[in-house]
Design a protein around this ligand. Structure first.
Ligand code: SAM
Length: 238
């Protein structure tokens, strides 16, 4: 069934506006009476039927809202050091499909890309990538993308577990760390193409992070986050 996000919700009715109107009316050619799923973007979904279609809005009759079945219990935020051009889009798209709840682009010492303000255009583009991936993968939320943050200014205070993927960690595997302790709100931190400096690893540890290995092979920065996210949700989700 087709699925759309909306935040215009009232008892028994909801409205979808914007680009989705054209998609519903012209591309999918849905008409009054056709059924879809609606999602409020905050983890709730409902079955709905089209009541009316106009040039700028589609109005739905909604049934009971329920918790979206597609959201993991564990909220994983990806702190991704800025990769080379174009890779961030792929990382966001794939990690939304896999179940990430949000993204923090991180500026670190060895990032080839240095983002300069104003950041809004780029963040909006990444947020659109997240929304498209959320629709496609039937997520119950649209994962957020924050403004870029410098590595030494990262704030982990609202997170239960912070895991830094570090290829020079030869003792603690991801699996070991997760089995020892894993809270509901997990951060994963991935270095750029050139990796983290020793000083950055020290900074992250002082902020409460734990370094983990993802195995003996070195993964590209765009692979590491996806692999780590998939393994975390495999390990901790029922
Ligand atoms: N510059 C490093 C080197 O050549 O040895 C590799 C950096 S790697 C391409 C980019 C990031 O992916 C790393 O900073 C780390 O966060 C993560 N990563 C890749 N492979 C990993 C592994 N086997 N274990 C833990 N983290 C890994």
């Amino acid at each position: 069934m087709h699925r759309f996000f909306t935040n215009e919700i009232q008892p028994n009715t909801a409205v979808v506006r914007g680009d989705d109107v054209k998609h519903i009316a012209k591309v999918l050619r849905l008409r009054a009476g056709d059924c879809v799923q609606l999602c409020d973007g905050r983890g709730n979904e409902c079955d709905a039927s089209i009541a009316s279609v106009s040039s700028d809005a589609v109005t739905f009759d909604t049934q009971l809202w329920r918790k979206a079945a597609t959201e993991p219990e564990t909220e994983v935020t990806l702190f991704q050091c800025l990769p080379k051009a174009g890779k961030m889009e792929t990382i966001i798209q794939k990690c939304v499909e896999l179940g990430a709840c949000g993204f923090v682009p991180v500026q670190s010492e060895r990032c080839v890309v240095v983002l300069k303000p104003p950041y809004e255009g780029r963040i909006e583009r990444w947020q659109r990538v997240s929304e498209e991936a959320a629709k496609q993968s039937r997520r119950g939320v649209i994962p957020w993308v924050s403004l870029p943050a410098p590595l030494n200014g990262l704030d982990f205070s609202r997170l239960d577990t912070v895991l830094v993927a570090f290829e020079n960690e030869h003792t603690v595997s991801l699996k070991t760390a997760l089995r020892e302790r894993c809270g509901k709100r997990v951060a994963i931190v991935i270095g750029p193409e050139g990796g983290f400096s020793d000083a950055e690893i020290e900074t992250l540890i002082q902020k409460g992070a734990r370094t983990v290995s993802l195995g003996t092979r070195i993964l590209r920065t765009e692979t590491a986050g996806m692999a780590m996210l998939a393994q975390i949700l495999y390990e901790v989700e029922p």
